[in-house]
Write a protein that binds this ligand. Structure first.
Ligand code: NI
Length: 234
């Protein structure tokens, strides 16, 4: 699998640069925007190695803006830095995303229902602060992390260590899909109304209502990411 994909992104890159059109405000923005569009549209498929020298040459810029653009793409979960390989386009798939949401749908409502009776004012305060942070934080790279911490704050009193460990693991795995999704669709798709409704139901100790909101929240996210893969064609 590596050999086929490892072989350079050279000719693909030429097409990416050609499709990028006019220059942006800075060289970094130019490189970032062109690569982001190519990754989201599947023109640079998962597993493609992006070498800094090749990128600098193809875009006609120095290495520094290339490095900065790659850093920003990493924050959006569009690329990973892999040891000995460098920047590689993130592997994501419709199947893996659907699997992840199915697992979350099984785990998170169970953790939430167990946790709600034991949640205290400090937990609600933490969840509220995290919603506020998601409203204002300008860095898309940290939204996934804030979302994970918000959800975990509401599950934290479940009193089931393994359930919480599995839940957190799946939330972390979901991070790349959330960030990928936000990079493609914009941050308004973070479903903050659902986060507020979830917190309100938890504060009211209404387990049934909170679980219903969480189901809707996860189902909507799963449907949107499935739609994203459908329209992207893979
Ligand atoms: Ni969420």
């Amino acid at each position: 699998m590596q050999t086929q994909r490892q072989k350079g992104s050279g000719s693909e890159l030429a097409a990416v640069v050609a499709a990028a059109g006019g220059r942006h405000r800075t060289a970094t923005e130019f490189v970032e925007a062109a690569l982001k569009a190519a990754i989201l549209e599947g023109r640079l498929p998962g597993g493609t190695a992006l070498r800094q020298e090749e990128l600098a040459e193809a875009f006609g810029v120095s290495r520094m803006p290339v490095r900065e653009a790659l850093r920003q793409l990493e924050a959006q979960a569009l690329i990973d830095f892999v040891p000995h390989k460098g920047a590689v386009v993130t592997e994501i798939s419709a199947e893996d995303a659907a699997d992840n949401y199915a697992i979350r749908r099984a785990l998170e409502p169970a953790a939430l229902a167990l946790s709600i009776p034991a949640l205290g004012p400090e937990d609600f305060g933490r969840a509220r602060d995290l919603i506020a942070e998601m409203d204002t934080d300008p860095d898309p790279g940290s939204l996934g992390e804030l979302n994970r911490r918000f959800h975990m704050a509401l599950y934290s009193r479940a009193g089931r260590a393994k359930l919480l460990a599995l839940t957190e693991q799946q939330l972390a795995a979901a991070d790349r899909y959330l960030r990928f999704h936000l990079a493609a669709k914009g941050r308004e798709h973070l479903s903050q109304d659902e986060h507020r409704a979830l917190l309100a139901a938890a504060e009211a100790r209404d387990v049934a209502a909170a679980v219903a909101v969480l189901h809707a929240h996860l189902d909507r996210a799963a449907a949107t990411i499935a739609e994203f893969f459908r329209t992207r064609g893979g």
